[in-house]
Design a protein around this ligand. Structure first.
Ligand SMILES: Cc1cc2nc3c(=O)[nH]c(=O)nc-3n(C[C@H](O)[C@H](O)[C@H](O)COP(=O)(O)OP(=O)(O)OC[C@H]3O[C@@H](n4cnc5c(N)ncnc54)[C@H](O)[C@@H]3O)c2cc1C
Length: 504
């Protein structure tokens, strides 16, 4: 767990208490009184933008603080594959779907590990989010909805926007501007939440700091943490998920601030232990986080592998052609450092499509000529030694694979596609790593998205939406759309109906 420095928080908490009791100088009390909001939203990305838009529509005083110099957060890079049941897009294609089927599909894929209350909340309300975006003009790519890019859904409910999440951002941004122009919403860019102000166990405000270092208190009836996960904080990611952040693909301002703030208020984190990697990237070097230089073709049904996969010990660990992505991802999640090698021979190199997505033979040759993640050798023994794998175990794994083909017996991992033995020198190994797109560790929250203490009591005045809730909440496997869709939906629900503007 990351250590939380409570020194400053205690100081500021007591400053707020002093203000309330009249101990602070007059100028300070006036500042606190003037900066009083119905809601302060922390982070203007996927969840924060709809939260601010809908809260402002209710005609109250709302503040959105955003650490980056611009709004949007992860919407600048996300695929925005969005899943929902009963959308106008599905209806147009005659696809019949219900939120219960969506919910059951998630439970099927995650083997009932998704948290029922929050999963129900987002699947029940996801169609309204998609239909709202449709009303704003959302365009989908041809053929969408599909059964999704991760473990296939049973029904076509994965919606793929043209230009990915950037389109979603372009649709929401004018609404933020409109609310600002109408005086219903204040937006502070380049401003970060650095602490929560608490009074008698309840969150009553926030300490914010702008990019000049100026700090001020703002009081609020509701504070909403929509500050994303910790995908730009390798130390925190590793501590919470037990595996290094191999490459940084997330939004560079998401340092896990909301996870710290939520804990400082009494909340707790969960879900990091369910973390599951995606298959798979080649890193530029071993100094993680490193740069990805390419991804493996993940569609094993479209590209049944010719190579074999071995773990750090040189052992095979999963059927390389297994039809379930979730099964393969979970198997990789059990391997040391989520690292494995794709091993093949000259025969496979010449006859099969490349392991790497979109790579040409020339690019392959260049990589095998000297890149540290690509090893070529004249024997299996030498390949193991050069790649850093136990040569004897690697040799035994390949010998068993080859014998299985020769004898026509069932493969040890249950693999069915075994076109050729791995026997013709030279031999090749590509080192691959599982990777993540989201933090799985997040704050626990109840059905009102109110942050929970360990004893399951809600922290008054503190709400959370988006990746700050973690992906682990939605189960131990990737399910299509379970990042963007709950973020948009929970943000919308908070602004539209959950936040209590009448609170004292
Ligand atoms: C490459 C990529 C592809 C993805 N594709 C998909 C997909 O197809 N489908 C899917 O469902 N999910 C996908 N995801 C995941 C999904 O996009 C994210 O989980 C989701 O967008 C996160 O939304 P959020 O609102 O929690 O965070 P963000 O959208 O990142 O917003 C958080 C905001 O908070 C701000 N912030 C941080 N700290 C502070 C602070 N202290 N004070 C003020 N502001 C702060 C940040 O600057 C940021 O703007 C993808 C993720 C990545 C990285």
């Amino acid at each position: 767990m990351p250590r939380i420095d409570l020194g400053k928080r205690r100081l500021l908490t007591s400053a707020a208490a002093m203000a309330a009791s009249g101990v602070l100088p007059t100028w300070r009390r006036q500042a606190l009184a003037a900066d009083r909001y119905d809601a302060v939203i922390v982070g203007g990305g996927t969840a924060g933008m709809p939260a601010a838009i809908f809260a402002a529509e209710r005609g109250r005083r709302v503040l959105l603080v955003e650490k980056a110099p611009l709004l949007g957060g992860t919407l600048d890079r996300s695929g925005a594959q969005t899943t929902a049941a009963g959308t106008v897009f599905q209806k147009k294609l005659g696809i019949k779907d219900t939120w219960q089927d969506h919910y059951n599909d998630i439970m099927r894929i995650t083997r009932n590990t998704a948290e029922p209350i929050l999963t129900k909340l987002w699947t029940q309300n996801a169609a309204d989010s998609l239909n709202w975006l449709a009303g704003l003009g959302l365009k989908l790519v041809d053929g969408s909805p599909t059964t999704g890019g991760h473990e296939p859904l049973l029904i076509r409910r994965a919606h793929h926007p043209v230009d990915r999440a950037r389109q979603v951002f372009r649709l929401m941004e004018p609404l933020v501007k409109k609310a600002e122009a109408a005086g219903k919403l204040e937006v502070l860019l380049g401003t970060k939440a650095v602490d929560l102000i608490m009074d008698d166990g309840a969150v009553v405000g926030l300490v914010i700091e702008d990019d000049t270092g100026a700090v001020r208190d703002v009081m609020a009836k509701n504070v909403v943490l929509t500050s994303g996960g910790c995908m730009a904080n390798p130390r925190m990611f590793q501590e919470l998920h037990g595996v290094p952040l191999h490459c940084m693909l997330g939004y560079p301002f998401n340092h896990g601030d909301g996870l710290i703030l939520g804990q400082a208020a009494g909340g707790f984190l969960k879900g990091g232990d369910t973390y599951c990697p995606l298959l798979s990237h080649v890193l530029d070097d071993d100094q993680v986080p490193s740069k990805s230089i390419g991804a493996m073709i993940p569609e094993t049904h479209e590209h049944p592998p010719w190579e074999v996969w071995v773990n750090t010990s040189g052992e095979r660990f999963v059927a390389e052609d297994h039809p379930s992505k979730a099964h393969q991802e979970r198997a990789l999640g059990r391997q040391t450092a989520h690292r494995f090698w794709a091993v093949f021979d000259q025969e496979v190199l010449e006859r099969s499509p490349p392991v790497m997505s979109g790579w040409t033979r020339a690019k392959y040759d260049e990589a095998f000529a000297g890149h540290p993640m690509f090893t070529k050798a004249s024997s299996i023994h030498e390949l193991g030694a050069r790649a850093g794998l136990n040569p004897h175990v690697l040799g035994a794994s390949l010998a068993d694979y080859n014998r299985g083909i020769a004898e026509g017996r069932t493969d040890i991992c249950g693999r069915e596609h075994r076109p050729v033995p791995i026997a013709r020198p030279p031999f090749y190994a590509i080192q691959l790593h599982g990777y993540g797109l989201m933090s799985w560790a997040g704050l626990a929250a109840d059905q009102n998205l109110q942050v929970l203490r360990r004893d399951r009591t809600p922290i008054k005045g503190l709400y959370a939406a988006g990746e700050v809730l973690g992906r682990g909440t939605f189960g131990d496997s990737y399910t299509n759309g379970s990042g963007v869709t709950p973020a948009l939906t929970f943000g919308r629900l908070l602004g539209q109906r959950i936040l209590n503007f009448e609170a004292a």
